[in-house]
Design a protein around this ligand. Structure first.
Ligand SMILES: Nc1nc2c(ncn2[C@@H]2O[C@H](COP(=O)(O)OP(=O)(O)OP(=O)(O)O)[C@@H](O)[C@H]2O)c(=O)[nH]1
Ligand SMILES: [Mg+2]
Length: 414
């Protein structure tokens, strides 16, 4: 028989979900359900097809979106002479289920347009969304691909690559205009966009205007911030729903501001699951066990946040090197709050105790008052974990913003 839920088990808007899991199989079942739900995103397949004519930048783009340069191990080979003649898959380094597929352009000798959509090697139906890359105007075959994707209700977008070359060339060719017109680059980008739109005038992509599904990018942009790269990432996120969306956001390891924000929102929305698992673990009647369970889970979550928000030791060391400072001096200069904490169970306790004036800190202080054992009840534990994780996540978000702003500004000044 399932144990009786303690009356102090106040679980806000998620109560129903936890209660029904509890009724089904008691504490253990709640813990198992919450823990498996937290890991579901890593089991969710997401297939993104990247297609386009030879040399448009497919492999370069796939590397960049996987957070790799062409020189990294496991990167897709790129170059003026490398040609994609076969379908090849590139799983994301941090999530094997998120796969980018390097597809040959439609209408080559090997992949004629007549058979492309039925070709076993292409497996058109496999993809959740398509990115159609082009270098100049869109060709008739690219338009056909967009139309077919639309017909099959697949998300797609059109990506005009090598915009950096266009901008450089125009600036060199029209030096005077560039010097005298502050809107020179903006006008050029508008011109390119409308040229692309012209080639696509017959395609409607939902209610979207051309600006909303045509993106101008530099495939080498590892910061994902130049031209339309940021908007492209937003569209890719929006193109995924439910767990696929979660899987995509949590797998991205470049922290363009919008991605950081989306990650934090997602992580914050999941805190209740960690707290519920921790709280129900706390019902196990072992004196003192609750705090150990809570802190162990908080420590695990904190380590996950560090990786997700890109404030790893390596990243901070790299930023310090950029600034010509040691890590402590950089942390002081940027006012980072979380980087000197080892996120072990002991480290978590110390961190929270340090912030005893705050909500989670008060819980820690209370826990050390003798004779207060009844507070190990599930409701208390739930609140303790929730308050602690919110506090840690807020502090880490603030550190991540400072660190990434610093790194971006430093990179663009090189
Ligand atoms: N300047 C600039 N160069 C790019 C861009 N994208 C790709 N390149 C370069 O263009 C060349 C071809 O890029 P790839 O990524 O190999 O192109 P691909 O579409 O995979 O080519 P195939 O495999 O032959 O079909 C490489 O030298 C890249 O470095 C870009 O946006 N800007
Ligand atoms: Mg290639």
């Amino acid at each position: 028989m399932a144990e009786k839920l303690p009356s102090s088990f106040d679980l806000d808007e998620h109560e129903k979900e936890i209660e029904s899991a509890y009724k089904e199989g008691g504490s253990k079942h709640v813990v198992d359900t919450m823990m498996s739900s937290l890991g579901k995103w890593q089991e969710t397949p997401l297939n993104i097809g990247v297609t386009g004519r030879s040399g448009v930048g497919k492999s370069t783009f796939i590397n960049t979106i996987r957070g790799l340069t062409a020189e990294c191990p496991n990167a897709a080979p790129t170059g003026a002479t490398e040609t994609t003649r076969q379908v090849k898959s590139y799983p994301h380094p941090d999530n094997k289920k998120l796969v980018f597929w390097d597809l040959p352009g439609i209408g080559t000798t090997d992949f004629p347009r007549e058979t492309y959509f039925k070709d076993e090697r292409v497996q058109f139906d496999r993809y959740d969304m398509f990115l159609i890359l082009t270098q100049g105007r869109f060709f008739e075959n690219d338009v056909l691909l967009a139309e077919t994707a639309k017909e099959k209700k697949k998300a797609f977008c059109l990506v005009r690559t090598k915009v950096d070359n266009d901008v450089d060339n125009e600036r060199k060719a029209k030096k005077l205009q560039f010097k005298n017109d502050p809107n020179f680059t903006k006008k050029l980008l508008e011109k390119i966009r409308s040229e692309v739109a012209e080639g696509l005038s017959n395609i409607q992509n939902g209610n979207k205007s051309t600006e909303e599904f045509v993106f101008l990018i530099d495939c080498h942009d590892m910061t994902w911030t130049k031209y339309d790269f940021g908007k492209l990432i937003e569209m890719l996120i929006d193109g995924c729903k439910g767990l696929k969306r979660q899987a995509f956001i949590l797998s991205l390891n470049i922290l363009q501001p919008n991605v950081l924000e989306q990650k934090v929102t997602l992580l914050r929305d999941e805190i209740w699951k960690i707290s519920a698992a921790s709280a129900l673990g706390a019902v196990v009647p072992v004196p003192g066990c609750s705090f150990a369970v809570d802190v162990a889970l908080i420590s695990e979550a904190a380590l996950f946040y560090i990786k997700q928000l890109g404030i790893t030791e390596n990243k901070i060391a790299l930023a310090a090197e950029m600034a010509g400072l040691d890590v402590n001096a950089l942390a002081a200069k940027l006012g980072l709050q979380t980087v000197d904490t080892p996120w072990t169970a002991a480290g978590v306790s110390l961190y929270l105790a340090k912030y005893a004036g705050t909500k989670a800190g008060q819980y820690v202080v209370k826990l050390f008052i003798p004779g207060i054992g009844s507070l190990f009840a599930a409701g208390f534990s739930y609140k303790f974990t929730t308050a602690s994780l919110n506090e840690i996540l807020n502090a880490m978000e603030s550190d991540a913003k400072k660190l990434h702003t610093f790194m971006l500004s430093h990179e663009s000044s090189i």
